[in-house]
Design a binder for this molecule. Structure first.
Ligand code: HSE
Length: 311
C-alpha cells in the first residue's frame, strides 16, 4: 500500500454541556486528503487546496500530527510521506477544521504502515496538531474524528476516551456564518472560575446526556442540551445566536448550541424532516443579515475518518 485517499470529517465539540470533553463526528462535511509513501524521509506537504495554510511541516497541523506519529515509531523509517490536503472546512469555523487535518493525517499514515498504533494513540498524535492550532492539545474534536460517533474525553493525562453510542435518526443542522473566531480568542473570554450552582447544573446535564445516548432517549437528550457556563459568554460573539436557538427549537429541534468555539451553531433533530425545517428557519434568519453563511445537514458519522481509496 503506497497511497491512501481519505475523508477527514468535521466534528462538533462540547455539545452544549460538555465543554472540552464531549464531541461527535459529522458525515457530510469534511476535507479530503491524499497521503503517499515517498523515498524522501520525513513529512512533506505537497499540495493544499481550498485554504491558504502553511506548507512548512512544523507549522502545518497535519504535518505536526504526522511528525509526532513517525517520531514515536520504534523502528525509524527509511522512507517518508507526502500529504495533499483538500480543505472544505474553513479554519476558525468551530466544526473542527484543524482536528480534521490532524486526525486525517495520522489515520492515513497509520493505515499505510499497516496500523501499528491504536485509535487512542492516534488521538494523542493528532492532539499535537491541535496544540499548534488552538494553543492547547484539546482532544474533544480529534477524538470523535478518529473514533466516530460520540466521544467523551474522560481524562487528558493519561488520555482516556470513552466511546458513546449514537442515536439512529439523529441529525445535526449546522450553520457556519462566515466570520472567523479563533479558538484561542474564544477561550480567552471565558471566566477562570464558575459558580458551584452552575457547575452542578452542568455536570448533571453531562450525565443525563450520556444516559440519553445509552438509552436512545430523545427527550432526555433534548433536556440535557444546555450550557450554563460557556454559552452565555461566547454567544455574544455570534450574530443572531439567540434568535437562531429560539427559532430552531420552535421548528422542532431537540436543542441548539455553539459548535466548538464557534461561530458555527449546531441544532440536533430527530429525523430529516425536522432537520430540514430547522435549516429553513435558520436560513430565513441569516439571509436578513449581511453575513455570508453555509448551512449543512448531517447524520452522525459513527465511523470517523473514512477511506476513499487505498492502493
Ligand atoms: N472545546 C474547545 C472549546 C473546542 O470550546 O474551546 C475546540 O477543541
Amino acid at each position: 500500500m503506497n497511497e491512501i485517499k481519505i475523508f477527514a470529517p468535521a466534528t462538533i465539540a462540547n455539545i452544549s454541556c460538555g465543554f472540552d470533553v464531549l464531541g461527535c463526528c459529522l458525515d457530510t462535511i469534511g476535507d479530503e486528503m491524499v497521503i503517499r509513501k515517498i523515498s524522501k524521509k520525513g513529512i512533506h506537504i505537497s499540495k493544499i487546496e481550498g485554504e491558504n495554510l502553511p506548507f512548512e511541516t512544523e507549522k502545518n497541523v497535519a504535518g505536526v500530527a504526522a511528525l509526532s506519529l513517525i517520531n514515536a515509531l520504534y523502528k525509524k523509517l527509511d522512507f517518508g510521506f507526502e500529504i495533499e490536503i483538500y480543505k472544505n472546512i474553513k479554519p476558525g469555523s468551530g466544526i473542527g477544521s484543524s482536528a480534521a487535518s490532524a486526525a486525517g493525517a495520522v489515520f492515513a499514515i497509520n493505515e499505510l504502515l499497516s496500523k501499528p498504533f491504536s485509535k487512542l494513540q492516534l488521538v494523542k498524535f493528532a492532539q499535537e496538531g491541535e496544540r499548534i492550532a488552538c494553543g492547547s492539545p484539546i482532544a474533544d474534536n480529534v477524538a470523535p474524528a478518529i473514533f466516530g460517533g460520540f466521544t467523551l474525553v474522560k481524562n487528558d493525562n493519561p488520555l482516556q476516551v470513552i466511546e458513546l453510542p449514537s442515536l439512529d435518526n439523529l441529525l445535526a443542522t449546522i450553520i457556519h456564518p462566515q466570520i472567523e473566531i479563533k479558538t484561542a480568542d474564544s477561550r480567552a473570554i471565558l471566566p477562570k472560575e464558575v459558580t458551584l450552582k452552575n457547575a452542578v447544573k452542568q455536570w448533571a446535564n453531562v450525565g443525563s446526556l450520556v444516559h440519553a445516548l445509552h438509552t436512545s432517549d430523545f427527550d432526555l437528550l433534548s433536556d440535557s442540551l444546555h450550557d450554563f457556563i460557556v454559552e452565555p459568554h461566547r454567544s455574544k460573539l455570534i450574530p443572531e445566536f439567540d434568535k437562531v436557538k429560539k427559532n430552531s427549537i420552535k421548528a422542532g429541534a431537540l436543542g441548539c448550541g455553539i459548535s466548538g468555539s464557534g461561530p458555527s451553531i449546531f441544532s440536533f433533530s430527530k429525523g430529516v424532516r425536522v432537520a430540514e425545517n430547522v435549516a429553513y428557519t435558520i436560513n430565513e434568519i441569516y439571509k436578513k443579515t449581511n453575513i455570508d453563511f453555509n448551512i449543512y445537514i448531517s447524520k452522525i458519522n459513527t465511523e470517523g475518518v473514512k477511506i476513499i481509496h487505498l492502493q
